[in-house]
Design a protein around this ligand. Structure first.
Ligand SMILES: Cc1ncc(COP(=O)(O)O)c(C=O)c1O
Length: 458
């Protein structure tokens, strides 16, 4: 059919990249893309009460759009050269040896946890019914992989000021069935990773650090995510960098690559990149499982896996976002510092518990969490609505208390001690933005609005 011939002739796969006409066309398209970006996606002027001040958002430049278009012109579509480059650059920027790009932060968490069920870990591997220490305050998909793998989340309370795990409860939580700790650095604020890491080492537990909100955070001058066996990142638009949807698992041991990527890529044993064949040189000579000798290695499955690979367009976007990540991290830090100082200068710490960090930590903040001290004086819902009417958007601390969530409350779990602080933040806490799209004028308006709500309520 004529349309079939056309596609074959002009698709990126068959089009020679050194063909002069195709190269000059590509250049033109990318130049036009830049122009289009400047025309349509320029930064709009801030108008109080009209401009939305979101709690989080994506920060995109013309380079992001041109990378996206550039990768789409290849028509490779699945994981390819852009994704591979992105994985390399990501691990360098993040401070780990390896990374495996995936479709979301949630799937990065699932891949990280599920990897620990691999036979590779022999007697240490995670089995059905094992217990995993975590917190109930936070994002649901930090905990979901524990339940998906038929293990039992053991919930500990958090501290009010850091919104991170209360490490004084760790010993009480430990049983013969405890195999791992899986927690997030809440809103970019590192948990006490020194204490957690030592506890894991002392009791032979795996540590998975959910760094989805904490790209660039450090503890004791060491990047978070490098303490655990695995860590995860999310590239959903709310996060430090974005690929639309997207995420990554990060780790420091090459042996783990085969396991993570096997689970990510259908569970297969073969480790060829997309479009490659016979990387192992023994494609038709393996003898694995009960399969006949020489069964095509591409179709041997050593794990019960998923397909969670990133597309090349996402990889391309990730590359140009990574070029800006140092700026993003610094802007988040500056905005946080600025906002906190304004709250203190205005005496707002009288009304709110403000976020605190550990002395050794250097957070790359995701949001500014405030918890109303006296809910009889200030009502959280009224406050959120008041801010919302002024176009200042906020978020709760995600699920609040997972043990109270309809999807989680009846799933097997344990609570050690009580979840008093978790409940306090669930009822009276919320967070506002510090993301790089916010400037001084936004922050001033946010603080003025908080003051106005207090005046109105008293
Ligand atoms: C701490 C944490 N973990 C995991 C996720 C899930 O990431 P994604 O939305 O990319 O699945 C989020 C999402 O915001 C998060 O905040």
């Amino acid at each position: 059919m004529s349309w079939e011939r056309k596609i074959t002739k002009y698709s990126g796969v068959n089009l020679s990249t050194d063909n002069e006409l195709s190269l000059s066309l590509r250049k033109k398209i990318l130049k036009l893309t830049e122009q289009y970006f400047s025309l349509v996606h320029y930064k709009k002027e801030f108008v109080p009460n009209e401009t939305f001040i979101s709690a989080s958002g994506k920060y995109l430049t013309k380079e992001d759009l041109t990378n996206l278009v550039d990768s789409s012109l290849d028509l490779w579509l699945t994981s390819g050269k852009f994704t591979e480059k992105f994985e390399k650059k990501l691990s360098q920027k993040f401070g780990s040896r390896f990374s495996s790009a995936t479709v979301s932060g949630s799937s990065a968490n699932l891949l990280a946890f599920t990897s620990l069920t691999s036979d590779y870990f022999e007697k240490n591997k995670i089995n059905d019914g094992d217990e995993v220490i975590t917190v109930a305050a936070g994002f649901p998909t930090t905990v979901a992989p524990i339940i998906h793998n038929r293990c039992v989340p053991v919930y500990l309370d958090i501290e009010l000021e850091t919104a991170n795990i209360d490490t004084s409860l760790l010993k009480k939580a430990l049983t013969k069935k405890t195999k791992a700790i899986m927690i997030a650095h809440t809103l970019g604020n590192p948990f006490n990773v020194e204490v957690i890491k030592k506890f894991c080492d002392d009791h032979n537990l795996f540590l998975i650090e959910d760094c989805c909100d904490a790209f660039g955070s450090k503890f004791d001058n060491k990047t978070v995510g490098s303490y655990g066996i695995f860590s995860s990142l999310s590239f959903y638009p709310a996060h430090h960098i974005t690929t639309g949807e997207g995420g990554a698992v990060l780790y420091n041991d090459l042996k783990l690559k085969r396991i993570v990527e096997s689970f990510r890529d259908w569970g297969r044993d073969c480790w060829c990149s997309t479009g490659m064949n016979n990387t192992c040189g023994k494609r038709y000579s393996w003898k694995l499982g009960d399969l006949p000798k020489g069964y095509d290695h591409k179709f041997v499955f050593s794990h019960v896996g998923y397909n969670m690979k990133m597309t090349d367009m996402q990889g391309a976007l990730g590359l140009s976002q990574l070029d800006k990540v140092d700026y993003f991290i610094q802007k988040r830090k500056d905005n946080f510092k600025n906002l906190r100082q304004k709250f203190l200068d205005e005496g707002l710490d009288k009304y709110f518990i403000l976020p605190e960090k550990y002395e050794k930590s250097d957070p790359s903040w995701y949001g500014f969490l405030i918890t109303i001290k006296n809910p009889n004086k200030l009502n959280r819902t009224d406050m959120i609505k008041f801010l919302n009417d002024r176009r200042i958007l906020s978020r709760l601390l995600f699920a609040g208390n997972l043990t109270r969530q309809p999807g989680y409350m009846n799933k097997k779990h344990k609570i050690v001690g009580n979840l008093k602080n978790t409940d306090k933040i669930m009822k009276d806490g919320f967070w506002i933005g510090v993301w790089p799209g916010l400037d001084e004028e936004h922050l001033n308006f946010m603080v003025d609005s908080v003051k106005e709500f207090i005046n109105k309520s008293s």
